[in-house]
Ligand binder design. Structure first.
Ligand code: PMP
Length: 399
């Protein structure tokens, strides 16, 4: 049974969760009522652990587009675009994204994970170098590993450390890709992208990749993400992102001005050897992108909600991520504290994400809240009230 030995650590973690009364972290939603509410075991819950930043999963235009595409094009494409051909909707979505980002080309992938896996593993190979922020998402690490290139990590959000590591590369700089995210998924903090770009400019030949998974639709006056917010879009070589958060569907993209992008499509194994997205997904994503562009007030509402909840949790004395953001990480030193309070929040009608090491960058345990433009002021107040109640009714957990 040697192949199972490596799961001992995981078994121990799950046992310690069971001791804290957590039967399963996989909450099964019997019914999803709206972008912000579900029924679990007969109990209504406010969803504050999605990445549904603009609340578009139940938008009537997205639902209608998905239903119509299914009726006219069927439920699935049943193969890769390279083998089976593209549906015109795939091409239209790529054109729509290219126009939105004002980029020469876009490749659409089946998930955001696959976008990182495919682009990073194809852009670099043995002999090349990735210099990546230490807190980058697993899909970035996996894409870098698959490439066979050398991986160098720089201290999270530390442009001076990035500079030091680039300096050491000498002539290898022309084979180097820097990879960062727009908003980091665990603590909700932003990359200091203007400073990172200033460093990149000191090393001509280096490329910059930005994963805007959590910043598309959230930052920038048109919602294009951190690069737009920082005014440095022209310095970003490859913008990567996902349809599974602000766009409320599933899928990923890479946008670039490099003319080689289209060629990269055919060398990109995670793109070539997987089925393309179903017509429903492409159609709802196209509708959601139109809504994201036409309704900046959704972004304003999202930020109002995020700032209100962050301020309330801060006032209650919780240890939070470094800045207000639609991702609000409530941090605990011990995982048992997070286990107990996560369960207690569900009992109080609020669902957030439970994140424990090794999934967290610094070994802390998190109740990760994610705020949506779809939350009503009453729901934001109810989430705050549930956290307030924990402070009195679960006092012992905080010791
Ligand atoms: N990049 C980042 C930064 C992410 O947080 C995630 C998902 N949480 C992904 C990529 C992968 O996206 P998807 O879930 O759409 O595959």
């Amino acid at each position: 049974m040697a192949i199972f030995d490596k799961f001992q650590q995981l078994a121990a973690t799950r046992q310690s969760m069971a001791k804290s009364g957590i039967r399963s972290i996989h909450v099964v939603m019997d019914r999803v009522v709206s972008a912000t509410e579900a029924i679990v075991n007969g109990q209504p819950l406010i969803l504050a652990g999605t990445n549904n930043y603009l609340g578009l999963t139940f938008h009537p235009d997205c639902i209608e587009a998905a239903c119509d595409a299914t009726r006219t094009l069927g439920t699935g494409t049943t193969g890769s675009r390279v083998a089976n051909g593209s549906y015109s909707a795939h091409v239209q979505l790529e054109t729509q994204l290219a126009e939105y980002f004002s980029r020469r080309g876009v490749i659409v992938f089946s998930t955001g994970y696959v976008a990182n896996l495919g682009m990073l593993s194809t852009l670099a190979g043995p002999g090349d170098v990735f210099v990546i922020d230490a807190d980058c998402h697993a899909s970035i690490y996996d894409g870098c590993r698959l490439s066979g290139a050398e991986i160098i990590r720089f201290r999270h959000n530390d442009p001076a450390d990035l500079d030091k590591r680039l300096r050491r590369l000498g002539a290898r700089i022309e084979n180097t890709l820097i990879v960062v995210e727009g908003i980091y998924s665990m603590f909700g903090d932003r990359a200091p992208l203007a400073d990172i770009v200033a460093v990149k400019r000191r090393y001509p030949g280096a490329f910059l990749v930005v994963d805007e998974a959590h910043s598309l639709g959230v930052l920038g006056s048109h919602g294009r993400g951190m690069a737009e917010e920082a005014g440095v879009e022209a310095d970003v070589d490859f913008v990567i992102g996902t349809f599974s958060k602000s766009l409320g569907a599933i899928g990923g993209y890479c946008a670039s001005d490099h003319p080689e992008l289209d060629l990269i499509r055919y060398a990109n194994r995670p793109y070539v050897f997987t089925a393309s997205s179903s017509p429903a997904i492409i159609a709802s994503t196209r509708a959601a992108l139109g809504i994201l562009s036409a309704h900046p007030e959704l972004r304003r509402r999202l930020w109002e909600n995020a700032r209100r909840l962050y301020a309330r949790l801060q006032e209650l004395g919780y240890h939070l991520g470094p800045e207000p953001s639609p991702i609000i990480a409530v941090r605990f030193a011990r995982r048992e504290q997070a286990y107990s309070l996560w369960t207690a929040l569900i009992e109080r009608g609020v669902y957030v994400n439970l994140v424990v090491p090794p999934a967290t960058p610094d070994g802390s345990s998190l109740l990760r809240c994610s705020v949506s433009a779809g939350h009503t002021p009453e729901q934001i107040a109810a989430i705050g009230a549930a956290f307030a109640d924990l402070k009195t009714s679960c006092r012992a957990v905080f010791d």
